[in-house]
Design a protein around this ligand. Structure first.
Ligand SMILES: C[S@@+](CC[C@H](N)C(=O)[O-])C[C@H]1O[C@@H](n2cnc3c(N)ncnc32)[C@H](O)[C@@H]1O
Length: 193
């Protein structure tokens, strides 16, 4: 499994946003939706071995996490608006336990700490950050999770929690890229290994 965990610092935690306003009222949900797209979509198919976890930390009741599960995924289309509708539909549910909102889409009232704690022990956790080790040093494992932030950097508390659990920090170079572009680079790198 290839997992991508993206922290959306301002992303809405209620379904009360308009699909026409994903970059505004939804708290830059557009950034996270492009990550879903980059993680899953190939030219004419969807990657089945991928999971995406969107950690939503915006108002009104953070944190909440929406999980897209490749093997079960249905109704996922390349446009941001329809994926935004899947997230909005998931946010209508509220549950401490993970609940399914549509095929392959799950939601729970949990944040980054809970997401990291529920990763399988064998999962190799990688923090993607500009000051990490070179991408060339990344080794492929059967179960991997990559953590990225959205348009904002991780907070100090988030970063120290992540660095404690992470197996390593990997850099794609000194240039800061958009999170969805980083996912494309990582997918390509892993495809080549
Ligand atoms: C747009 S960047 C974050 C904001 C950026 N640090 C800034 O304030 O200029 C989104 C995320 O992509 C990842 N990222 C971007 N460039 C990267 C790079 N060169 N190497 C590794 N990760 C990168 C990091 O996880 C980062 O938090």
């Amino acid at each position: 499994v290839r997992r991508f965990i993206i922290v959306g610092h301002k992303a809405s935690t209620s379904a009360d946003f308009k699909l026409d306003d994903l970059a505004g009222g939804a708290g830059r949900l557009d950034v996270l939706l492009r990550c879903v797209n980059s993680a899953f979509f190939l030219s004419h198919s969807i990657r089945k071995d991928v999971e995406v976890l969107l950690v939503l930390q915006g108002p009104p009741r953070p944190p909440r996490t929406v999980r897209f599960c490749g093997p079960e995924m249905r109704y996922l289309n390349p446009d941001e608006r329809s994926t935004g509708a899947l997230v909005r539909n998931a946010l209508l549910k509220s549950s401490a336990e993970e609940a399914r909102s549509s095929p392959g889409v799950y939601v729970r009232d949990a944040g980054l700490a809970e997401v990291l704690a529920s990763l399988p022990e064998e999962c190799v956790l990688v923090y993607l950050k500009e000051d990490g080790a070179p991408l060339a040093s990344l080794e492929k494992a059967a179960d991997m999770a990559f953590v990225l932030s959205d348009h904002l950097d991780l907070g100090d508390a988030e970063e120290s929690m992540l660095r404690r659990r992470a197996n390593g920090t990997i850099s794609l170079g000194a240039t800061s890229y958009h999170a969805d572009h980083c996912i494309t680079i990582v997918n390509h790198r892993l495809d080549m290994l």
